[in-house]
Ligand binder design. Structure first.
Ligand code: ACO
Length: 331
């Protein structure tokens, strides 16, 4: 059953961070049998960012979080909940949220990670919104951060060209000035986990010489099947959310989709009959940054001059699980 409820919190601040190192298609084509032409026409991606060896997911999250907290006009003492959405935590435990809390000097508040792959950031916003509406929390730092370069198989051209590193953060609060979170729609279908997974390293296939030899610690994906499912589940999540709120798709000024592939975004635009001009895309610069993708795009879109107060926006994502998530925002 889908997890649905009306939102009520205020999006007070947003920030993002991408590592400085750029890896473009030309450089990639020197590592694996591919070309700028193939990657550009199949995905729209031109380059992606790669974090440094000593830069972990929590380090990317620190920078994005500092910017989001400053954007909200708040300080770390105001934060009383930290949620990090990621599939590339610094380590299995403790959570990246705990590591982030310490690095930022946030008080000793509730901190945890949430894993819903590329849908994770909107899942985390939904969870934070619910916790804020309980009245027991006032101000949540909600982050999507990934160092996907550590789980890429750099010998597999079908996946390594698609992903990148980055982080995005938001401050969600019960009160204050900002965009209004109107509602969420999250769902999942766990019937076919092998479509997209990192098979080894967990309790099913703990690390061993065999899992290393079989490259089981790297991301594996059936790209064609994911493509088809992605368009279908994002379309359905968007339509159900709009219907529940009695909002017509023509009232949407902005759609910020998960930044996986330009062709997926174009198919979604066609199926929803919402023109591409209203979709925000920055995937040509970053590739797919999984849980970081939506907040990284939101930050860049939000800070562009095209956003007017009162306009409606739809955020929509899909990811491994399969999972999907959508959120309605009044900017
Ligand atoms: N360079 C050159 N050729 C390539 C490359 C590459 N990088 N990758 C694959 N090819 C070849 C294939 O080997 C195949 O060759 P063949 O016909 O000789 O067998 C040919 O190109 C076509 O391959 P397809 O997989 O059919 O290509 P497709 O058009 O489906 O595009 C892609 C592949 C880009 C992966 C697409 O399927 C896609 O975007 N799928 C969705 C992936 C996605 O969004 N994943 C993220 C999920 S979110 C998360 O939770 C992490």
């Amino acid at each position: 059953m889908n997890h649905n409820h009306a939102g009520s919190s205020i999006l007070r601040g947003v920030g993002s961070y991408a590592p400085a190192r750029k890896l473009d298609n030309l450089e990639l084509s020197q590592r694996v049998e591919t070309s700028d032409e193939w990657i550009t026409t199949r995905t729209g991606i031109k380059e992606r960012r790669i974090a440094g060896d000593s830069e972990s997911t929590s380090d990317l999250a620190v920078e994005a979080s500092r910017r989001a907290i400053a954007d909200a006009g708040l300080c770390v003492e105001d934060v009383d909940l930290v949620i990090v959405a990621t599939i590339t935590p610094d380590m299995a435990f403790p959570s990246t949220a705990c590591l982030l809390q310490h690095k930022l000097g946030i008080p000793k508040v509730a901190c945890f990670d949430l894993e819903a792959a590329c849908s994770g950031f909107l899942y985390a916003l939904d969870v934070a919104d619910g916790m804020l509406s309980s009245g027991r929390y006032q101000c949540a730092l909600v982050v999507g951060a990934e160092k996907l370069s550590t789980i890429m198989d750099w010998e597999d051209r079908t996946t390594c060209v698609l992903f990148g590193d980055g982080a995005g953060a938001t401050v969600l609060a019960r009160e204050g000035d900002g965009a209004e979170m109107l509602g969420f729609q999250c769902g999942a279908d766990g019937s076919n986990p092998s479509l997209l997974q990192q098979p080894a390293g967990g309790s099913l296939l703990p690390a061993s010489n065999e899992t290393i030899e079989s490259r089981g610690h790297y991301l594996k994906m059936n790209g064609r099947e994911i493509f088809k499912s992605a368009v279908r589940v994002m379309e359905r999540a968007a339509i159900e959310l709009l219907e529940r709120h009695g909002i017509d798709k023509n009232e949407l000024s902005h759609v910020i989709p998960h930044q996986a592939n330009a062709r997926i975004v174009e198919s979604l635009s066609q199926r929803l009959e919402i023109p591409m001009e209203r979709f925000y895309c920055n995937l040509h610069k970053y590739g797919n940054t999984s849980a970081a993708s939506i907040p990284l795009a939101l930050d860049e879109a939000y800070k562009s001059s095209t956003f007017q107060k009162g306009e409606l926006g739809l955020l929509v994502a899909f990811g491994a699980g399969l999972t999907w998530s959508a959120a309605l925002v009044r900017f």
